[in-house]
Write a protein that binds this ligand. Structure first.
Ligand code: PPS
Length: 287
């Protein structure tokens, strides 16, 4: 099974750091700024999508061929990784820094003072599609020597048991759901973005105090559809020879139906979805 370190109580894949203590130290001591924006997710929930929307909101709808990972750095990678991506020094990165993280609420860097608190955009996605997307991504990483090498059924079991990077889906989503009404938190759902992208671009822009014209809202929404983002594929690839990106795959609601047996579905309902009962958090599983 994929190997993980426990970093601040969270399972983080081995390849993110050869030195978990250093990663924990980096996260604990990370100094946030009031202008910071964190795009926060459990993996495979729409991170890349919202990273791009936020970046374009701050850049008047520009399209950049620069790697997204350099424009909107991934906190856990930036912290300690030496090989995967070129490193960005977050300390010298100009504001507003837009960053990606998969950390739960409890470990995500934040100022104790409301006045100087950064902003956090959380995106949740139905966990059946998350599991399928995660499996494909882990399969893909195999080529880089640190992915998952096994059948879907086994990955699904690992997912249900929280034996994947960033642990249990439920714990992560509910940790943030409990803060959905905090003034500096915007809690979104992947499926809702699918239903009406322009209104969500507007919602995000308003949350960031960057009101935009209708024309710009519609253009950003257009550029940030899956096909729009695929036009700029080199921004999302990890290797020069790649012609597609595992971060932009099918982008659908309901792909899980191609992978879930009735038995797995039942197990998922009992062990994953049952934990949402009474929380008010619900998802669309098809569209
Ligand atoms: S990661 O590695 O955690 O940052 O991955 P993440 O970006 O969160 O999730 C990748 C999935 O999001 C889909 N995606 C999109 N869907 C719709 N529209 C747009 N623009 C978009 N961009 C990315 C991507 O295809 C992955 O989902 P799957 O189901 O695997 O296709």
């Amino acid at each position: 099974s994929p190997k993980q370190w426990k970093v601040l109580g969270v399972k983080i894949p081995h390849f993110f750091s050869k030195d978990p203590a250093r990663l924990a130290d980096y996260i604990t001591k990370f100094e946030t700024r009031p202008e910071d924006v964190f795009v926060v997710t459990y993996p495979k929930s729409g991170t890349t999508w919202v990273q791009e929307i936020v970046w374009q909101i701050y850049n008047e709808g520009a399209i950049s061929s620069e790697k997204q990972g350099l424009r909107v750095p991934f906190l856990e990678v930036t912290a300690t990784h030496e090989k995967l991506v070129e490193l960005i020094d977050l300390k010298t990165m100009p504001s507003p820094r837009v960053m990606k993280t998969h950390l739960p609420y409890s470990t995500t860097p934040r100022s104790a003072d409301k006045e100087t608190m950064s902003k956090y955009i959380y995106i949740a996605r139905n966990p059946k599609d998350v599991a399928v997307s995660y499996y494909h991504f882990a399969e893909h990483l195999k080529a880089f020597g640190f992915g998952f090498n096994g059948p879907w059924e086994f990955f699904a079991k690992c997912f249900i048991e929280g034996n994947v990077g960033w642990d249990f889906w439920n714990d992560h989503v509910l940790d943030w759901w409990n803060h959905k009404d905090d003034p500096n938190v915007l809690f979104l759902k992947y499926e809702d973005l699918h239903k009406d992208l322009p209104s969500h671009v507007r919602m995000i822009a308003d949350f960031l105090n960057k009101p935009l014209s209708d024309e710009l809202i519609n253009r950003i929404a257009d550029q940030c559809t899956l096909s729009g983002m695929k036009k700029n594929i080199t921004s999302y690839t990890f290797h020069p020879e790649q012609t597609n990106s595992p971060l932009l795959r099918k982008g659908l609601v309901g792909d899980w139906k191609n992978y879930f047996t009735p038995e797995l579905n039942e197990k998922f309902e009992e062990q994953v979805l049952a934990k949402l009962k009474g929380t008010g958090l619900e998802f669309d599983f098809e569209m």
